[in-house]
Design a protein around this ligand. Structure first.
Ligand code: FAD
Length: 462
């Protein structure tokens, strides 16, 4: 048995960041992880492997569609799927080993195994019970599945199975048009799979700006993805190595089916807190299984905190990381803070989609007067040169004060461009502040400035 200031349960982006910050602040820290590798969902079966496959498949797309246009003759590219998966696995390994290195550097003990909390101040891992003044639950989430649909991770898969399919399927049905489904759907579409997305709602990417949803869906259609909208999946029948998706169209209640070699169920994720013993400990959870916390990430049991996907809020790695840093600071007696109004969200397709703050829909609902400045990437020289001129930047600013309230980007490197606007929002900047900032030419960032100009006297290149 060992005694610690802090034991973190779970080593995802929430947990490992919390552990590192605790150690940096002088607290004796351990982190419990049941997986064989550190890094959680994000590094092992989430953000990192999916981005590796998105990168590889995008390079294929470039070679197939754009190389010749630039005078590059390399012949028809071939896909070695096993090698592509090996590249993805190597990417995971270097990242998870990186976290292991950081743990050693910061003298954090990795307690290997699944942890539970028999009582406040104690964490049990295997046969050992450790003492901790503070316990942070950072146990993350799992795929939530769908009633009537049995997952075998071979023919009917979650994102985890979709990251390691035995071969590239001819036909794939993606149930759920959210971020994970569209990213992985894009990967396979680029690899030659016929991908059909079946979505319950009438639009994809729920919660995103309406104009972005429409434009993004149009772009994905152009890339070869098909969509069945307003469809409620009833069941999935598996027939040896194939599957049949049964769904009802909501507009007329008619029944339909779709055959596929692989069905990806990407209908969302739910908090994972199994085996922690929360009920016995008396930790309150919501109806959706999220651990309830106060504004300082403390649960109703003193000394027990929770962060990341296990609690309310967007299920994003960087939100978990921010909470990890903030809770460590709270525990160390400092003022930890997360600004939930400025958390960007990104879809790493090509083009990328990125958003922060309010949408036109939320502003209208709140009755807030706003102006929208928009600039199309067609007017951006760099984007045109790089065959990446699909999409736009839209900045939403308060009608009276010009303060930036939100931004939405569909376009090249949108996931990087959005941070300029995040920083501006953190500093309470106006659209004019952005518009008056000199932006290097030729960059994609100029499109952000042009959108800011469009909130005032108008953009130059439109
Ligand atoms: P997790 O990363 O889920 O980590 C929790 C860890 O706790 C796990 O390793 C688990 O084994 C461990 N654990 C659980 N219970 C116990 C226990 N009792 N004892 C010991 N260990 C335990 N987010 C983004 O921001 N950007 C992206 O591009 C992105 N892409 C994604 C792609 C996919 C396919 C998926 C599935 C998710 C993606 N996400 C992305 C979401 C992101 O992965 C999560 O938001 C993030 O991992 C949450 O971090 P966390 O620390 O809360 O939990």
């Amino acid at each position: 048995m060992a005694s610690y200031d802090v034991i973190v349960i779970g080593s995802g982006p929430g947990g490992y960041v919390a552990a590192i910050r605790c150690a940096q602040l002088g607290l004796r820290t351990a982190c419990v992880e049941g997986r064989e590798r550190l890094g959680g969902t994000c590094l092992n079966v989430g953000c990192i492997p999916s981005k590796a496959l998105l990168h590889a498949s995008h390079q294929l797309h470039e070679a197939q569609h754009n190389f010749e246009k630039m005078g590059l003759k390399v012949g028809a590219p071939k896909v070695d799927w096993k090698a592509m998966l090996a590249y993805k696995d190597e990417t995971i390994a270097t990242n998870t080993k990186g976290v292991e290195f950081l743990f050693k550097k910061n003298k954090i003990d990795w307690l290997k195994g699944w942890g539970s909390i028999p009582q406040a101040g104690k964490v049990r891992v295997g046969d050992e019970t450790h003492e901790a003044k503070h316990i942070i639950i950072a146990t993350g989430s799992e795929a939530s599945g769908l009633p009537g649909v049995e997952i075998d991770e071979k023919t009917v898969v979650t994102s985890t199975g979709a990251l390691e399919l035995g071969k590239i399927p001819k036909k794939m049905a993606v149930i759920g048009g959210g971020v994970i489904g569209l990213e992985l759907g894009s990967v396979y579409a680029r690899l030659g799979t016929e991908v059909t997305v079946i979505e319950y709602l009438d639009h994809i990417t729920p919660g995103m700006d309406g104009e972005v949803q429409k434009s993004f869906q149009r772009i994905l259609k152009k890339q070869g993805l098909s969509f069945v909208m307003g469809a409620a999946v009833q069941s999935v029948e598996t027939l040896k190595t194939k599957a049949k998706v049964h769904y009802k169209l909501r507009k007329d209640d008619s029944d339909a089916t779709l055959d596929a070699d692989v069905v990806l169920v990407s209908t969302g994720r739910r908090p994972f807190t199994e085996g922690l013993g929360l009920d016995k400990l008396g930790v309150e959870t919501t109806e959706r299984g999220q651990v309830k916390t106060d504004a300082h990430w403390q649960t109703n049991v003193e000394g027990v905190y929770a962060i990341g996907d296990a609690i309310a809020g967007p299920m994003l790695a960087h939100k978990a990381e921010d909470e990890g840093m903030a809770v460590a600071e709270v525990i160390a007696g400092k003022a930890g803070h997360v600004n939930y109004g400025v958390i960007p969200s990104v879809i790493y397709t090509h083009p990328e989609v990125a958003a922060v703050g309010e949408t036109e829909e939320t502003l209208k609902e709140a009755g807030r007067a706003y102006k929208a400045g928009k600039f199309m990437f067609m007017g951006n020289g760099r984007a045109k040169a790089n065959f990446a001129a699909d999409g736009f930047v839209k900045i939403l600013a308060d009608k009276e004060t010009d303060r930036i309230l939100g931004a939405h980007i569909v376009g090249p490197s949108a996931g990087d461009l959005i941070h300029e606007i995040c920083v501006a929002m953190e500093f309470g900047a106006s659209a004019e502040d952005l518009a008056l900032t000199c932006h290097a030419h030729p960059t994609y960032s100029e499109a952000v400035r042009e959108a800011a100009l469009a909130c005032g006297d108008g953009p130059i290149h439109a």
